[in-house]
Design a protein around this ligand. Structure first.
Ligand code: AMP
Length: 652
């Protein structure tokens, strides 16, 4: 509350805004006595009439415009009043960057036209806002851009055998495309067994062709067709749900046998198994003798011997089937070993193998403006030439590393190799590095709405309050379905990371990025510690730990695993449902450590449904093995999202 009680002003148009605030009751000015000097006396400010001093009026040429991608459009805005206002269009965040402004001043009107050339689909739903401002204050008015473009199928995911009951897709187009599915040249008619579930987010359509208990009968090619008035596209994916039982164990009659070859094959396979059995026995004895625990252990030994026994007993098994048994045994062992790798180490090496990092030339990168700052260095919005085969230039985000020492250079190289190998729809796209000269640069896809934490705060109830010292205009609060959509996408990225045995260790909303159409991606792999330094806790030397996102075993024993990432995901859910609050914001770092290690968990956010809080609690089980599995979490969240009405009112 401003304390101006009793102040006597030299009243002129310059302070009319205070009079207006007082009339509206802003900043509690209506409870205070303010005055204007009037010769030797004074009169109350609210009685003052100031000539030629009004809030500007504003009018725009359209309430919305409908254009085709690639077209040009001109819109105009008139600001009138006394004093004549300054008028301007806000175009920041607009992708159709070729804009042209022209001003005309009439006696009491300031008119400004804006021409956008070669309009991009990224500007569909963009609100072009015109602002008129004079000393009294500011008024604004907006025009909604609706950009039409033909459909594209961005994603059509082959279902994972045995696990998935849906074919996931993401389609874009405006007007919204109509979708049809084809199987064996026939259009699929939806029924109790097959149906399409989908959500709309602006010009994005995301969903699933969902099957009820699919079997091998459903295996085959599925073609998705998306069409709107501007075009039609199709894409086909193979749906492999279950093996045909006949393929697994063909009845003897159907199996035209080649007895000699088979017997020979079985002999080799059994021989192999037997040999491996002996070899393992020797190994096992040696390992036991020298007192080291075998990772392969008795289990592996028993599996192999079991294969040999089965092969001997089942004379009806073909050579291929015996070899299949052997192969599955070895893959089982491989999985066991890699799971250990993921759990025990910072599993960067998994993705670090055979990376071919793309090199980008410095002259192809044109910096435009700063986006933020991380521990590595500044992050800029830039234009990058010769990156895409279809576009001459594109917007990218570049991360810079200034004056690196040798170890920082090595970290940089390792990070780049890692990022090159991580490719998923919900992991930020990494294009490559620029290492000819200084600073070293990493080039990423540009995510228009920046980091998720800032985004949540900007779309929460406190959105009009200053964020980072900047007054953010309220963009409307996020609704439940949008929160679930955000969470589902992060979970989806995590399912992928887990499948790569990659343990992130620092999952939090500050490390996720938001793009167009509420697209969310995991966007940072260890580079964001500076701006959010209060989220980290320094433990001796340089180590900074995000303790508020860490489970007890990570805090106490520095043990990180896919399960500790699941714990952090629970905290991400909490952040989403509190519009970006800091977990345990009311406590200092030492108190947080005490709370978490003693088993206390975060409280249910006010707007969080019980079902979602139950997921959080499932992520915060003390025993890592008891925590929910990220794949199940993703599925449950996706299903909840589908059951929740969609609000389309936010986001440009
Ligand atoms: P980081 O170094 O990743 O912590 O990035 C610092 C800040 O830069 C983030 O908080 C974002 O606001 C911004 N930023 C980073 N990467 C991107 C990106 N790919 N697109 C847009 N903004 C980004």
């Amino acid at each position: 509350m401003a304390r101006l009680d009793g102040v006597v002003f030299d009243c002129s148009c310059d302070i009319h805004w205070i009079q207006l605030w007082q009339q509206r009751g802003d900043a509690a000015l209506h409870t205070q006595q303010l005055f204007c000097r009037n010769g030797a006396s004074k009169i109350p400010l609210h009685n003052m009439y100031i000539h030629n001093c009004d809030l500007p009026e504003i009018s725009v040429s359209h309430s919305s415009v409908l254009v085709m991608e690639g077209d040009n459009v001109t819109v105009s805005c008139n600001g009138s009043g006394a004093p004549v206002p300054e008028v301007d269009w806000t175009v920041s965040g607009l992708h159709s960057i070729n804009t042209h402004l022209s001003d005309v001043y009439w006696p009491n009107i300031h008119s400004i036209t804006l021409t956008l050339f070669n309009i991009s689909r990224e500007d569909n739903n963009f609100q072009l806002t015109c602002i008129a401002e004079n000393v009294v204050g500011m008024t604004n008015s907006s025009i909604q851009l609706n950009v039409q473009f033909p459909p594209v199928i961005l994603r059509l995911v082959e279902p994972e055998q045995r696990l998935d009951t849906c074919i996931e897709f993401t389609v874009r187009g405006y007007p919204h495309p109509k979708l049809r599915w084809f199987y064996k040249q026939k259009e699929i008619q939806h029924n109790d067994y097959i149906r399409t579930d989908m959500d709309f987010y602006q010009d994005y359509l995301e969903g699933c062709l969902t099957f009820q208990n699919p079997t091998h009968i459903n295996n085959g090619n599925y073609t998705l067709e998306a069409s709107n008035a501007l075009g039609t596209v199709t894409k086909t994916v193979y749906g492999h749900f279950l093996m045909d039982p006949d393929e697994i164990d063909p009845p003897p009659d159907d199996n035209p046998s080649r007895p000699d070859e088979d017997t020979f094959g079985v002999t080799i396979a059994v021989g192999l198994a037997g040999f491996a059995c002996v070899l393992l026995l020797v190994l096992f004895v040696l390992i036991n003798k020298y007192g080291r625990r075998s990772k392969f252990g008795m289990k592996g030994f028993a599996y192999l011997c079991a294969v040999a026994v089965v092969a001997e007993e089942r004379a009806d098994l073909g050579a291929e089937q015996v070899l299949q048994l052997l192969t599955s045994l070895f893959s089982l062992v491989r999985v066991q070993v890699s799971v250990r790798l993921g759990a025990d180490q910072r599993s960067r090496q998994v993705a670090g193998l055979n990376a071919v990092v793309q090199h980008i030339k410095r002259r192809d990168i044109i910096l435009k403006r700063e986006l933020g700052e991380g521990a590595f260095g500044k992050v800029f919005l830039a234009e990058c030439y010769n990156l895409s085969p279809t576009k001459d230039k594109m917007l990218v985000a570049v991360k810079t590393l200034k004056d690196p020492n040798l170890s920082a250079r090595k970290d940089f190289q390792r990070e780049a190799e890692l990022l090159t190998n991580l490719q998923h729809d919900h992991i930020v796209k990494f294009y490559g590095v620029c290492v000819d000269g200084d600073p070293l640069i990493m080039v990423f896809e540009y995510m228009k709405h920046g980091d998720l934490n800032k985004f949540l705060r900007a779309h929460g109830p406190d959105a009009m309050i200053l964020v980072d010292g900047q007054p953010l205009q309220s963009n409307g609060e996020l609704g439940l379905s949008q929160m679930l959509h955000i969470a589902t996408q992060i979970a989806s990225g995590m399912v992928y990371l887990a499948s790569q045995h990659f343990v992130h260790r620092d999952l939090a909303t500050r490390n996720c990025l938001v793009g167009n159409g509420l697209l969310v991606k995991i966007g940072d792999f260890g580079m964001s510690r500076d701006i959010y330094s209060s989220d980290y806790y320094r433990v001796g030397g340089h180590t900074m730990l995000p303790i508020r996102w860490m489970p007890p075993e990570s805090i106490m024993y520095r043990k990180f695993s896919t399960e500790s990432d699941v714990w952090s995901f629970g905290v991400i859910l909490w952040e989403i449902f509190t519009y970006g609050k800091q977990p345990w914001f009311q406590l200092g770092n030492n108190e947080v450590i005490e709370c978490i290690t003693q088993g206390r968990v975060l409280e249910r956010p006010r707007i969080c449904p019980k079902e979602v809080y139950d997921i959080m609690l499932g992520c915060w089980q003390r025993e890592p093995q008891q925590r929910l599995n990220i794949k199940d979490i993703q599925k449950v969240l996706f299903a909840m999202g589908k059951a929740t009405p969609v609000y389309l009112d936010i986001l440009g």
